[in-house]
Design a protein around this ligand. Structure first.
Ligand code: TRP
Length: 457
């Protein structure tokens, strides 16, 4: 379907909800959320995270969707239209630039998931492997420049293939196929996991809160996780919102997206923690290597592990793909709207750019000594990119978006947009209160915290 301006539009409300949930559900839910929970004390962190989704995430999501649908433009065009001749356009530019950057390093990790899928089906993990050997396999894999850059390339090609198809015939059609696959795989794996021996121990850590474990770091991490997981702070939801029909109720759509995203993260935890206690590992010891180092050795020990292992890495790849699609779409929509480029050209240029920018990240996990341990900073390029873009830029973006909506564009305009066609703005008073007072203040505190402590997520 096309609108009068030749931009796309979602074919149905469910089409939008699945595409936006696809954007939100990604490595953040299945790879990051479980190890963040492990490192931050378990159930208490999960509760904080849910609280932040409701109090901060959902209101900011409604704000982004309203901006998008009202203007029917990319983030730069949207801010320019709502606040002409002002510096607010810079917020849109920051979002578009952040999108390219996140796409570049996110695709590196997404590429690993494809590589691990291939490794699993080629039988590399079918005999029992000790944890240190698994660690070695992982380090060799991510430290090999050919596979790291090769899989980055493969992943960007997949993403480009979907995005070039356009909004309803590319993104919507593919997410409608991919999301049910993801859900079925996740449920099967979770059933397998909770029926393993010793599952209960992992579940207790995950589900029984110990509030003494809450620290400033835990709180900051939970809010950062909520924003990243819901794809907020850089205009991805402005862009997806710009293709929503004026008939749809934005609060209901936003509610579904938040619900699905949170549900999938919570189920991912149910899948991971019993598997950890099955092999006798402490959740606190988990880290970014969790799914790549620990899981293959767990799959090797588990009855039917070959199938479940392959299924798991396929699940991760699918989840990551529906997210990279949204990251690429932000910049593509910018080039299409603002520069009047053909979609296919925008996709080609974007893919090349993301690939080139991704190379330093791909080489920063062992392949190149320089990128792995940057001079002065003593961190890898991928970690640096994630700290600057995934943490700093998204928190600044989410902060400015709530300020913009509450104090510049104005609550009345948002009410008008959402209440079009007699739609009801559910929880409108709660939303207005949150977006005026709580969101900016809470996000600002987190930002100051991560800057002062140098902690990043
Ligand atoms: N939300 C995705 C995840 O959890 C990642 C993602 C996709 C994203 N698009 C985004 C994060 C836009 C921030 C902004 O993995």
């Amino acid at each position: 379907m096309q609108t009068s301006q030749g931009r796309g539009v979602w074919g149905s409300r469910m089409g939008f909800v699945l595409a936006a949930a696809g954007s939100a559900i990604g490595l953040g839910n299945i790879w990051r959320f479980p190890y963040a929970t492990g490192q931050n004390g378990g159930a208490a962190f999960v509760l904080l995270y849910i609280l932040f989704v409701i109090l901060i995430g959902a209101p900011v999501m409604i704000a982004e969707l309203a901006i998008g649908r009202n203007t029917q433009l990319n983030p730069v065009g949207a801010f320019r239209k709502l606040a002409p001749g002002s510096l607010w356009t810079v917020v849109g530019m920051l979002g578009v630039a952040t999108g390219v950057g996140i796409l570049s390093y996110y695709s590196v990790i997404a590429g690993w998931t494809v590589g691990y899928f291939v490794k699993t089906i080629s039988g590399e993990f079918s005999t029992i492997i000790a944890k240190d050997i698994s660690q070695q396999i992982f380090e060799n894999f991510v430290g090999n420049p050919y596979s790291a850059v090769g899989y980055l390339f493969v992943f960007i090609i997949f993403t480009a293939y979907v995005v070039v198809g356009g909004v309803s015939r590319g993104i919507e059609r593919w997410t409608k196929i991919l999301m049910p696959i993801l859900f079925i795989l996740l449920i099967l794996l979770t059933i397998r996991s909770v029926t393993l021996n010793n599952a209960a121990e992992g579940l207790v850590f995950y589900l029984k809160p110990d509030f003494t474990k809450i620290t400033a770091g835990t709180v900051g991490n939970a809010l950062g996780q909520a924003l990243f997981s819901l794809s907020l702070g850089m205009g991805a939801m402005i862009t997806y919102g710009s293709y929503i029909s004026k008939r749809d109720n934005l609060t209901i759509s936003a509610g579904y997206v938040c619900l699905f995203d949170t549900l999938i993260a919570i189920i991912a935890g149910l899948m991971i923690f019993p598997a950890l206690s099955f092999v006798g590992l402490k959740p606190e010891e988990s880290g970014p290597g969790l799914v790549f180092v620990l899981l293959p050795s767990i799959f090797a020990e588990m009855p039917g592990g070959f199938i479940f292992g392959a299924g798991f890495f396929l699940l991760l790849s699918v989840a990551a793909l529906t997210s990279t699609i949204s990251l690429m779409e932000v910049t593509v929509s910018y080039m299409v709207d603002e520069w009047k480029w053909k979609r296919v050209n925008a996709v080609i240029v974007m893919s090349i750019l993301a690939f080139l920018l991704g190379i330093p990240s791909a080489l920063s996990t062992g392949a190149s000594g320089w990128f792995t341990d940057l001079p002065l900073l003593h961190m890898g390029f991928l970690d640096l990119a994630n700290a600057l873009l995934g943490n700093y830029s998204l928190t600044i973006g989410a902060f400015l978006i709530s300020i913009f909506v509450a104090y510049k564009w104005g609550l009345k305009s948002v009410f008008k947009e959402i209440e079009l066609n007699q739609n009801i703005f559910y929880f409108n008073k709660f939303w207005a209160f949150m977006v005026r007072f709580i969101c900016p203040v809470a996000i600002f505190i987190i930002f100051v915290y991560i800057v002062i402590t140098g902690e990043y997520f």
